[in-house]
Design a protein around this ligand. Structure first.
Ligand code: SAH
Length: 653
């Protein structure tokens, strides 16, 4: 890879011939990855049409009756009931365009349990409603319903109690963070919440981000001394033993914080390793669900038993060099081990290495609390089996999410939600976290769903916002970073990309998708007429990051070249001179009567729009929420409408 050139920071990237290989394809269907595979089922021509338009985005397979056969759809023969029974166990989501009554009859013999049943969503033929029919929480039908509704402009019908109250469902609470549900009376605790009764939360490990974004009046009590509680949520790595108690139902979530350090002799079978781990967990009342992964020395990276065990349990295997392990202080070093593999500790040192250094995304300071070894090494020799296994356990500050994060860089348009693309709306709805400037967060509030983490930061902290988003995405969350207008036009998308590059991003993880939006220059144009019908350009008057001589040079060039010119960031409380100078420059090249549109808060409640002239433009109040559009030499005004002719046969001046 070429060195980055100081004058042209992008020279190191410029292998243009290969661009088509490393720009990923944009696929809205990525928002639906967690629901795959999805089947869509219709039995009438209108139903087929309705679902046909949805399927490509959803990445769903369309199933239709023989009478409705159409290209691209699978045709089922015989009774729909049998077909649904066949699709049921093979899909994570089923979408019907059928009467809800018919769907209820079709699925009723198939329903087992909300922890295993697929999401079922019903869309009406007119496309007015998307209904979350069953498996709303754990199956994800509520979320899927919201996404489908955003896509087709339908009303999402979600009837779960937690949703109406604006709380995260207790059985999906930890999913964004990769927590695993443990034992407990889930229905009992959910019912307590639905009744509005207090629920005690005893959280020992894992992210507390969810606590910080609960709506007012929520039922959760975090003070353990509080005795009014009618149910309990226990978030820990311990294995709770609950006696059934209808008075005080309890549930357990297990954040994946435990790293199991393993040392073993060559050829130790996976059953022996699994049995050793299980014994340690049982002896210490630890939950196997809380295992983040396995850590060991790099020469064990090809140890078959370990690899098989990790594969079966979907545990990551982290390996460290002897040199790295040697540098880790441990309570129980061994000379024999040192002679064999070059480090006095494998299990303990690897477990500790796997949890450090842990930057904690739960607090914004990146501070480390340095928690670590929980169970010192235990050696197992299993009767009748070859090999020996050493196990040690360390606790990480930050749970392992088991997911690759995503950054969704979203343009929300000028303000009115109808001007935000359905794709952008879906991206916000699907995200675990939404980050943006408070004003824009407020404008898109209707898109949020209960349990989402919303972080609004002041307008001056764009860089911090970008860093925060990347930190959370690196951790495995799906993060929507929002900007008004288009995110890639003086917006957050550029800052996030710059920051990713500064952090040596590999271009793959976290994944990045940019959702375009209507930028302020299009917004103002649409409110005053058709001023952009000929060549135009945009110039930001902010000299915070661009030196004024560069801006001034561009203003001169644009004025000379007769571009219709949009001025972004025209004036702030402290930056007042630039707009005066810009006017002076334009007056040198354009007639004083040239039409100028000035718009503040376009498409927002307090919108103000003025069409004036270049000469008089400074008489209108201008601030940071204002955009200015200066016409070209043939732009004119006709009955209050500003228009630029397509060619140069325009208004006479
Ligand atoms: N990404 C945004 C621009 C951000 S820079 C976009 O594509 O529109 C911020 C500047 O954009 C503001 O100072 C103002 O000049 C302009 N702007 C953004 N939204 C606006 C709106 N609704 N009304 C008027 N100006 C707006």
């Amino acid at each position: 890879m070429a060195k980055v050139n100081a004058r042209n920071p992008f020279s190191g990237l410029a292998n243009i011939a290969h661009w088509s290989y490393f720009i990923c394809e944009f696929k809205l269907s990525q928002l639906f990855n967690e629901f795959q595979p999805i089947a869509a089922i219709a039995t009438t021509p209108n139903g087929v049409k309705r679902l046909q338009s949805l399927c490509p985005t959803l990445g769903a397979t369309l199933w239709v009756s023989a009478a409705c056969a159409t290209p691209g759809a699978q045709v089922y023969q015989g009774a729909l009931k049998e077909q649904v029974a066949e699709l049921w166990p093979k899909h994570r989501a089923l979408i019907f365009c059928l009467a809800t009554g018919a769907v209820v009859r079709l699925i009723s013999p198939l329903l087992q349990d909300k922890s295993v049943d697929p999401a079922v969503v019903v869309v009406d033929e007119a496309g007015k409603f998307a209904i979350s029919l069953c498996s709303g929480h754990q199956g994800g039908a509520d979320r899927l319903t919201r996404l489908i509704a955003a896509q087709i402009g339908a009303t999402p019908v979600i009837t779960g109690a937690a949703n109406a109250l604006g709380y995260p469902g207790v059985d999906v609470l930890g999913l964004p963070f990769g927590w695993v549900r443990g034992a407990g009376d889930w229905t009992g605790v959910s019912a307590t919440i639905a009744r509005g009764e207090p629920v005690q939360v005893r959280q020992e490990v894992g992210s507390t981000l969810w606590q910080q974004h609960l709506p007012e009046g929520h039922p959760f009590l975090f003070d353990l001394g509080e005795s009014a509680a009618k149910a309990r949520i226990w978030i820990s790595y311990s294995q709770g033993q609950f006696a059934p108690n209808p008075e005080m139902p309890q549930v357990q979530w297990h954040p994946r914080v435990l790293w199991v350090g393993v040392g073993c002799e060559r050829g130790t079978p996976k059953t022996a390793i699994a049995a050793a781990i299980l014994q340690v967990f049982q002896a210490n009342d630890l939950a196997v669900e809380a295992i983040a992964g396995i850590a060991t020395i790099d020469i064990k990276a090809d140890e078959v038993g370990l690899l098989e065990l990790c594969g079966d349990r979907q545990w990551p295997l982290r390996t460290f060099s002897a040199e790295k392990l040697r540098s880790q202080p441990v309570p129980n070093p061994s000379q024999i081990v040192e002679q064999e593999v070059g480090t006095p500790s494998v299990a303990e040192a690897a477990a500790i290495s796997a949890v450090n250094p842990a930057v904690n995304p739960n607090n914004n300071t990146g501070e480390k609390t340095g928690r670590s070894l929980l169970v010192a090494k235990q050696i197992f020799r299993l009767e009748g089996q070859p090999g020996a296994v050493t196990v040690a356990i360390a606790v990480a500050d930050t749970e392992y999410t088991g997911r690759n994060g995503q950054l969704l860089l979203v343009g929300t348009g000028p303000g009115d939600l109808t001007l935000m693309t359905p794709g952008a709306q879906m991206s916000v709805t699907s995200a675990d976290v939404v980050i943006g400037y408070g004003l824009y967060i407020d404008l898109i509030k209707p898109l949020f769903r209960p349990g989402q983490i919303i972080e609004s930061l002041p307008i001056t902290q764009e860089r911090q916002r970008a860093k925060r988003a990347i930190e959370l995405a690196n951790w495995g969350l799906t993060v929507a970073v929002i900007s008004s207008g288009d995110s890639g036009i003086y917006g957050m998308a550029g800052l996030v990309m710059e920051e990713l590059r500064a952090q040596n991003w590999d271009g793959q993880i976290p994944g990045v998708q940019v959702f375009p939006g209507i930028t302020a220059l299009q917004a103002i144009a649409s409110r005053v007429g058709t001023p952009l019908m000929h060549d135009f350009c945009a110039i930001s008057l902010s000299d915070l990051l661009t030196p004024w001589p560069v801006i001034s040079q561009r203003l001169i060039a644009a004025a000379q070249a007769d571009f219709v010119t949009a001025l972004y960031n025209p004036k702030s409380q402290t930056r007042t001179e630039q707009i005066v100078k810009a006017q002076e420059i334009f007056l040198q090249y354009r007639h004083p009567e040239t039409p100028v549109a000035i718009a503040r808060s376009v498409y927002r409640e307090d919108e103000q729009i003025t069409v004036t002239t270049l000469e008089k433009m400074l008489e209108t109040p201008i601030d940071m929420l204002t955009i200015i559009l200066i016409g070209n030499q043939s732009t004119g005004v006709y009955h209050q409408w500003m228009m630029t002719p397509r060619g140069y046969l325009g208004f006479e001046r």
